[in-house]
Design a protein around this ligand. Structure first.
Ligand code: ADP
Ligand code: ADP
Length: 229
């Protein structure tokens, strides 16, 4: 069995007479340690799929299995523990707390976690050894995203979910963030899923899942993903 499996997952929003089929029967699987990219046009349902996988949103129907557990059957209390211990999130706009330093941002995030890693070690790993005492406003966009990635990784999650992590960065900075995510996958054995609107990132992934109109529009597997330099 795969590490992660989505089976015919649907998310339907009903607003009076109107029905929005945000996710309309999505199935795919992900192996442990895979670097997966999710692509597709705006409004295709990518974020909804990621949020469901991360326990931030619940599906209307379908099954989600992560590491042998059927999270689609979890109670809200179980889901909260799943989000806290098993999932690391990285967002487009970093979502750091402005009046805490880089180190304090990471320390706060792991306070109630089960198996956290050492915050200073993780900040060093993402290349911020010298900057951990800085506040977000003193850091560049790329450095702030590194803090956000450290904050997610310090939880020692089963799965790192990233929604447009390079969306607010210039090309070269974005590239260095993608390299960090790819290295995290290769070196820590982390399973990483990245949403991007940019299909140019696809050659770096082990697997590319294309979503269109709430459905899977193709899955391709790269036997030789390119390494970001
Ligand atoms: P993507 O991430 O690919 O841009 P989303 O998952 O954000 O797409 O959205 C998929 C569809 O679901 C869109 O049509 C969006 O407007 C709709 N949608 C998302 N969230 C909600 C919501 N809370 N209520 C109603 N419609 C929603
Ligand atoms: P924009 O959306 O501002 O035109 P791009 O579409 O060129 O920027 O890239 C969006 C993000 O994806 C950037 O952060 C960039 O670093 C990253 N990216 C796109 N293509 C590649 C690639 N081939 N290699 C590395 N990073 C890439």
């Amino acid at each position: 069995a795969s590490y992660i499996e989505l089976k015919d997952v649907k998310k339907i929003y009903r607003m009076g007479e109107v029905e929005i089929r945000a996710v309309d029967g999505v199935s795919f699987s992900i192996d442990k340690g895979e670097f997966v990219v999710v692509v597709g046009p705006s409004g295709a349902g990518k974020s909804t799929v990621l949020n469901i996988l991360g326990g931030m949103d619940s599906p209307t129907s379908g099954q989600i299995i992560v590491d042998g557990k059927e999270i689609s059957k979890y109670t809200s209390k179980q889901l909260a523990a799943y989000r806290r211990n098993d999932i690391g999130f990285v967002f487009q706009f970093y979502n750091l707390i402005q009046n805490l330093t880089a180190l304090e941002n990471v320390e706060l995030a792991i306070q109630i976690c089960k198996n956290p890693l050492e915050p200073k070690k993780v900040l060093e790993l993402v290349g911020l050894k010298e900057r951990m005492g800085n506040f977000p406003a003193q850091l560049s966009g790329g450095e702030q995203q590194r803090v956000a990635i450290a904050r997610a990784l310090a939880k020692n999650p089963k799965l790192l979910l990233c929604d447009e992590p390079t969306g607010a960065l210039d090309y070269n900075t974005g590239k260095s963030i993608l390299k960090l995510l790819q290295d995290t996958c290769r070196n820590m054995g982390m399973t990483v899923v990245v949403i991007t609107h940019n299909s140019a990132i696809a050659p770096m992934a082990d697997k590319v899942i294309k979503i269109k109109n709430g459905r899977v529009d193709g899955i391709s597997i790269n036997d030789n993903p390119i390494s970001v330099e």
